[in-house]
Design a protein around this ligand. Structure first.
Ligand SMILES: Nc1ncnc2c1ncn2[C@@H]1O[C@H](COP(=O)(O)OP(=O)(O)OP(=O)(O)O)[C@@H](O)[C@H]1O
Length: 639
């Protein structure tokens, strides 16, 4: 089969494409053409085999985009008989067909506030049934509500179908939690939250991401192992499923019914790329677990020949990750370099690497070279952006905003600007002020207390969530605050109470502004975030951002720092206006998944994560980042 002029499927790809097996599982490594092979198969089924209703699934939205790109590139045709969906979208569709309108929540914050309401309802229930004598509950209520612990528990419980396991154990929830060292308090909170979400009529008030898959999985779990689920039967001529490595137990139940009740099935996964905590492959051999759900006699094939990079990169990746990459292009110019250094060193070395990339010879028809720097977490970008901008490098950010436009940092910048010791001469951009206003709404917004009677009757009090100002409002506010330091101070005064850490910070004497770095690490600044209605994870991120910010402005007065920052922003706007193309891109691992780039640098690597332990999500983050380069790869290890 012809892919494109001069592109033919490789041996192992052909084996998969020509397989006559009604069900096939392909285990593949990165860049071996998993997505390409699936796209070709879809086109072949529709155009050559006359298939109608082919379902192509991926676990993530990024996975769907990657499939779309391959379909356009290799098949260059409209596939009107193709349904391209994430698993969650498919499950939402099924629920809608059952008559459920599937309303969704508008923001994470809303969910956080509803969790707090569920906690209120749980406390009423525990009081009513005098359950506080249960040591686990006494211990649970002695601690403050940890929203991120709840979110992690909820995700795991749904992904692993916890209710089902408890039921199967015949132990009852308390004994089950004791036996399995699970937090019984969080379990009860989840029950309370789910009861309120379902409401007295059992018609869920809303679905948060993942809830549709869970809801459908609950219906499927109620069936006998070999029973069929009519809505998923005989619906598709073929089902092609990408990103199998990311499936959790709930998703696996849906997979079982999809694969058994329709035409042919092909599933593909790279079991090194799961970076989601609930993925089935995190707990055991992922491919084996998936085979249990597929029809008996499912055929298997492997794709280890990568089209993305040459032998020099294959060799290093095999060493670091204990895998078996083989390069299709054996003479491909591939380059791998391993460097070391502390963070400042790393940042400087990245500048060198950027200069090297810019000097590499290019063919006249090639677009200008871009160095991609893949980061594990956004706060790692602060130091890099600061340095690059000061060296005049035109950079772009993908999967994250520029550091000064992120809500937490923008709000800190606005606070610094409003302080007594700041002259106000530096101009903060409208974008920063807009993010700062959004940040203020997020970090100081307190919902009204929910109605206890509503909670006791099994209903969330949606009215107590408060009004989120529409985006246009913060834009208008930002426009009014531009260059108006006194107005900024009034804005803060209107939104914070006079005894809050933010108010105390703004009232600090002028001499405190002599060192912006020290202010960013001031206990009041940390207290401000610690009191915000955010999860522990978000708090950790905010504190990490504060630390990163303090690092770039230590020793600079607030005026000097904000002055340099506004120059940096002005020059970036000027670069943009001149329509200069960025020569460097900073992106997150999540954003890089499914993509490939010529020149990639992965900085701040901790060598502990290069162990062969395949169940370490950190190792897999590195694997994803380091398998994106097609020509040159630099790994910068943190010392
Ligand atoms: N038979 C082939 N001949 C030439 N190039 C190919 C072939 N198959 C795939 N490629 C190229 O190899 C690269 C990787 O393909 P693809 O993105 O489909 O791999 P993947 O395994 O899905 O990657 P990832 O692991 O990043 O998700 C792409 O540039 C694609 O065009």
């Amino acid at each position: 089969m012809n892919l494109q002029p001069r592109h033919y499927p490789g041996l192992d790809q052909n084996q998969a494409l020509n397989s006559e097996a009604p069900s096939l599982l392909i285990r593949a490594l990165a860049g071996t053409g998993k997505t390409t092979t699936l796209a070709i198969k879809a086109a072949d089924l529709i155009h050559t085999k006359g298939a109608r209703n082919v379902l192509m699934l991926a676990y993530s939205e990024a996975g769907i985009k990657a499939i779309q790109a391959r379909l356009t590139r290799f098949t260059a045709v409209q596939l009107e008989d193709l349904h391209l969906l994430t698993l969650e979208q498919l499950c939402a569709q099924m629920l809608q067909e059952q008559g459920d309108p599937v309303p969704v929540l508008s923001s994470d914050l809303e969910k956080n506030l509803l969790i707090a309401q569920a906690q209120g309802a749980l406390s009423q229930e525990v009081e009513r049934h005098a359950e506080i004598d249960i040591p686990e509950l006494a211990d649970y209520f002695a601690r403050p509500l940890d929203i991120s612990a709840f979110l992690a528990f909820e995700a795991q419980a749904k992904q692993r179908m916890l209710e089902l396991s408890i039921e199967d154990s015949g132990l009852g929830a308390l004994a089950y939690c004791r036996d399995n060292a699970m937090d019984y308090g969080l379990y009860r909170l989840l029950r309370s939250y789910e009861r309120l979400r379902a409401g007295p009529t059992q018609e869920p008030l809303f679905y948060a991401p993942g809830d549709c898959t869970y809801a459908l999985a609950c219906q499927l779990a109620a069936l006998d192992f070999n029973a069929y689920f009519a809505p998923l039967q005989g619906r598709f001529d073929a089902v092609l499923f990408d990103e199998l490595q990311d499936l959790d137990e709930a998703a696996l139940l849906v997979l079982r019914h999809l694969a058994r009740g329709n035409g042919s099935f092909i599933g593909v996964g790279d079991f090194n790329q799961h970076i989601l905590p609930g993925a089935s492959s995190v707990f055991g051999d992922g491919a084996q677990r998936i085979l249990q759900e597929l029809p008996a006699g499912t055929a298997q094939s492997t794709l280890n020949t990568t089209y993305r990079f040459g032998p020099a990169i294959c060799q290093q990746l095999n060493r670091f990750f204990s895998v078996e990459f083989d390069a299709h292009y054996r003479n491909a110019a591939a380059w791998f370099e391993h460097r070391h250094g502390d963070d400042e060193d790393c940042a400087r070395q990245l500048l060198d690497i950027h200069a090297t990339v810019a000097r590499l010879p290019r063919k006249p028809q090639d677009p200008p070279a871009v160095l991609r720097i893949i980061l594990r977490s956004p706060e790692d970008s602060v130091l890099l952006e600061w340095l690059f901008a000061h060296e005049g490098v035109h950079y772009a950010c993908k999967g994250m905003q520029r550091f000064y436009q992120r809500r937490d940092i923008a709000l800190v910048l606005a606070m610094l600007w409003a302080m007594q010791g700041c002259s106000g001469s530096a101009r903060l951009s409208q974008g920063i002020l807009n993010s700062a206003a959004e940040g203020l709404m997020r970090y100081v917004r307190h919902a009204a207390s929910p109605d206890r009677d509503l909670l006791a009757n099994g209903l969330f009090d949606m009215g107590a969530l408060g009004e989120v100002p529409p985006e246009s409002d913060t834009l208008r506010i930002a426009a009014e605050l531009m260059g108006q330091q006194a107005a900024m101070r009034r804005f803060f005064a209107a939104h914070i109470t006079s005894d809050s850490p933010a108010a105390q910070l703004l009232a600090l004497p002028a001499d405190q502004c002599a060192d912006a770095g020290r202010l960013c690490q001031h206990p009041l600044m940390r207290q401000f975030f610690a009191q915000a209605p955010i999860s522990q994870d978000e708090l950790r991120q905010c504190l990490a951002s504060l630390k990163a910010l303090s690092r770039i402005c230590t020793g600079l007065s607030v005026d000097e720092f904000l002055g340099r920052l506004s120059l940096m922003i002005q020059s970036s706007i000027a670069q943009h206006q001149r329509q200069e193309k960025p020569s460097l891109q900073l992106l997150t691992v999540e954003r890089s998944k499914g993509h490939e780039y010529e020149f990639v640098a992965v900085p701040f690597v901790d060598s502990r994560h290069l162990s062969p332990n395949a169940s370490d999500p950190e190792r897999n983050m590195l694997y994803v980042a380091m398998t994106r380069a097609s020509k040159r790869l630099w790994m910068l290890e943190r010392r």
